[in-house]
Design a binder for this molecule. Structure first.
Ligand SMILES: Cc1cc2nc3c(=O)[nH]c(=O)nc-3n(C[C@H](O)[C@H](O)[C@H](O)COP(=O)(O)OP(=O)(O)OC[C@H]3O[C@@H](n4cnc5c(N)ncnc54)[C@H](O)[C@@H]3O)c2cc1C
Length: 438
């Protein structure tokens, strides 16, 4: 079968340009075979390939990436490695408490793994264990923070509620009415992190970049064809997020929804004084359709908001142009003391969202396995799903693997054109309802 859509991320992402340049691994050419082939070198695929390599030291693990590592969604996100459950479908972000406890364990395991790899390989990715603020400005947002606080009490997790008059000491801005600070989140420069993870893979992983798989033939072995040859996989692992659907599985279940970021130039010393607050921090909105803001360790400000539904999963330049104006408005509302600070980069990137916020983990067909569907939390969740898949394929199973294997998976959706109509209306309504939080 033909792979019906291929990733097409442009090179507009600031994180990519501001991280250490690296020479991508050569593309695959000719014909070869391997016991294990992993498709997709984002957080999930990098973790899966690494874990398979550890568990099968005598096997070659082939990792194939359509683009360059650090250019795709794993290098384009806001860089929050979140520990807490982040169930945006639940009014308190926590939802069912039994599931939330498992989710917490999974996220912490993913975060711990990332921290260990960063330390072990000296990956320079601005990692800061500085927690995160969930900040509100509308009445609805304040109610969400109250609900979230109750959820955190049930989960027995630490937090601090910070009121309007104290918040500027943390964030500089006077924009927010209240924030709930949780200490467990870790912030990173995402492109630097994935580049570092790729460059520190075990020796028995062979990474091929700029090798988009265009055709696939399933059987006892899987034949993966690309423009310059093919690879035969004894066992195939799909770690390519919503593009997994393009390999014939879970059709229509994961929605490729794009969200957008802008990064300013570095603030001057004078601007840093005018802003005030802590030297680096990250704030996510109480309303999931609101704006995420970061002050980075190199003194830039990040704005992330706006969504578009791109059913083919590919980026569209028109949205970058449209949403940079919204980023500017959000920036000016929060940072009126920085009128001359312009954006240096604006980009978009794909999330794979399911209506029930579930991803897929496990077996899809004979000798075909997958960890797919990041649901906006791929930094920690993708990492741990990939690593646990690598363990499970080596016959190791624990309570977290069992939890992922028994999860319902992403649910179905109505066909087009009803799907696009429904998703676009939902996105427009959500963004309108977010009000000043957007
Ligand atoms: C602006 C933005 C902000 C975000 N903020 C956060 C955040 O703060 N925290 C968080 O946890 N998450 C965040 N996310 C989501 C996060 O980026 C994703 O969850 C994460 O990238 C998922 O990782 P992954 O490895 O599963 O998939 P991906 O990163 O999508 O990697 C899949 C890879 O598969 C490759 N691929 C696809 N098809 C093929 C093919 N045919 N052949 C070969 N290779 C192929 C792609 O090129 C891609 O590199 C954000 C996303 C965006 C866009």
């Amino acid at each position: 079968m033909k792979v019906s859509s291929l990733p097409a991320d442009d090179n507009s992402c600031g994180w990519y340009h501001l991280s250490q340049p690296r020479t991508p691994c050569p593309a695959h050419k000719g014909h070869s075979s391997a016991p294990w082939v992993v498709v997709g070198a984002g957080f999930t695929g990098l973790a899966a390939a690494r874990q398979l390599a550890i568990n099968f030291p005598a096997d070659e693990i082939v990792l194939v990436e359509a683009q360059e590592v650090g250019l795709g969604p794993s290098g384009r996100n806001a860089g929050f490695a979140i520990d807490l459950p982040h169930d945006i479908g639940a009014e308190d972000y926590i939802g069912d408490i039994t599931l939330a406890r498992k989710s917490l364990k999974l996220n912490i395991a993913g975060q711990t793994l990332l921290k260990e790899l960063v330390a072990q390989h000296g990956i320079d990715c601005q990692l800061k264990s500085c927690g995160k603020y969930q900040a509100a400005v509308e009445d609805r947002g304040i109610q969400v923070l109250e609900a979230y606080r109750r959820g955190l009490d049930k989960l027995d997790q630490p937090y601090e509620m910070i009121d309007r008059d104290i918040l500027p000491q943390h964030l500089g801005t006077h924009f927010y009415r209240q924030a709930l600070y949780t200490p467990g989140a870790v912030l990173v420069q995402p492109s630097a992190l994935v580049k570092g993870l790729a460059d520190s893979l075990p020796a028995n992983v062979t990474l091929y970049e700029w090798t988009p798989i265009r055709e696939v033939e399933y059987g006892t072995h899987t034949l993966l064809k690309h423009a310059q040859g093919s690879i035969t996989a004894e066992k195939l692992v799909l770690a390519n997020n919503s593009f997994g659907m393009r390999f014939g599985f879970l059709k229509g279940s994961m929605l490729p929804i794009y969200t957008y970021g802008s990064l300013t130039r570095p603030l001057t010393i004078d601007e840093q004084h005018r802003l005030g607050g802590k030297p680096y921090w990250g704030a996510i909105p109480a309303d999931p359709f609101g704006t995420t803001v970061r002050r980075t360790p190199d003194n830039r400000l990040l704005i992330r908001n706006s969504f578009s539904f791109n059913p083919d999963g590919r980026s569209k330049a028109k949205f970058n142009q449209r949403f940079v104006h919204r980023h500017r408005a959000s920036f000016e509302a929060r940072f009126p003391m920085l009128p001359d600070v312009e954006f240096q980069y604006t980009w978009g990137g794909a999330l794979a969202m399911a209506r029930n916020h579930n991803g897929f983990f496990g077996q899809l067909a004979n000798n075909v396995f997958a960890a797919l569907g990041c649901n906006g939390l791929g930094v920690t969740r993708g990492t741990i799903s990939g690593a646990l898949l690598g363990d499970w394929l080596a016959g190791q199973e624990d309570e977290l693997t069992a939890f992922l294997l028994t999860a319902p998976g992403p649910n179905g959706n109505p066909p087009q054109p009803f799907l696009s109509l429904g998703v676009n209306m939902n996105l427009m309504w959500g963004q309108y309802r977010a009000g000043r939080e957007s």
